[in-house]
Write a protein that binds this ligand. Sequence first.
Ligand code: ATP
Length: 315
Amino acid sequence: MERFKPSAISARRRKQKIVVIMGATGAGKSRLSIDFATRFFGNSEVINSDKMQVYSGLDITTNKITMQERFGVPHHLLGVINPTKSPFTPSDFRKVGSEIISDVKSRRGLPLVVGGSNSLIYSLVAKRFDPEADVFKEIDPDPVSSELRYDCCFIWVDVSLPVLNRYLSKRVDEMLESGMFEELVDFFRSGEHESVNRSGLGQAIGLPEFETYFRDFPGYRGVDGADSEEDVTGLAEAYNEAVRKIKDNTCQLAKKQVSKILRLRDAGWEVRRIDATEAFRAVMTAESGGTRVAEIWEKQVVEPSVKIVKQFLDE
Ligand code: ATP
């Protein structure tokens, strides 16, 4: 007869440990996850929780971490969902995400859930999840489940909004310089914007904002040869307007994401806030070099968050 082993049973009953890196768009979540995985918690695997980055396509526009930046760290649910099919819902994320977590655990790995979509994070970790309920609604929201189905360590990378807004505006310019516009031109030129699901990837910031530009100025395609002079002026204005809207909407997104994190925290989730503002201030200061930014990031973001995760894993 098999002997009764209380310790084995309690171990089996213990909830699985996961680390969740939350924060507004642009706050440095991916960078921190790579720091974790490459230097401190070598068995980590990232599960993407950005609802636009789950789809394939528009890699620059949705700001997916590149292969090079991943440093070989396994990433799940990143660019794998067909954007022409029905949208990937929080319920889908709950199901697929939990399967991935079990797989990672079976490899004795540490799941790092990383991304800014709090509705996805909520659906994944809440003990009871009702797809019809909206816990983030501004008016009369449904109650947040304080019971979680995983043992979670929530790290919130926070940057003061005025500083983050300045950074986000700069980031949009950098994304455009690194090929976002060309990516969107290809997307419209190939007709993909017509086949993409409007409730899914079709909502990615960049697409709706550039829609008027591409619709009203067919000359961008270069099909009709040179544009008329009015077209050239109109084109430049429409371009600037699209960029302005992208910056605006990105800043709005950041603000909303922060309010959702606060909602979870106010409901009792133990969200540990890490203030990355100084590192971002340094990024924005022209004379400060990369070394200074790296030093501040290390001291103020990496060190305290690694300490929190180590403690959590040792508990
Ligand atoms: P909600 O359920 O209210 O949409 P959420 O927390 O699930 O909120 P967010 O990740 O905050 O989702 O995204 C809200 C919106 O912000 C998206 O519908 C999209 O328009 C835009 N967005 C989010 N992430 C990206 C991204 N990586 N690239 C482009 N746009 C994005």
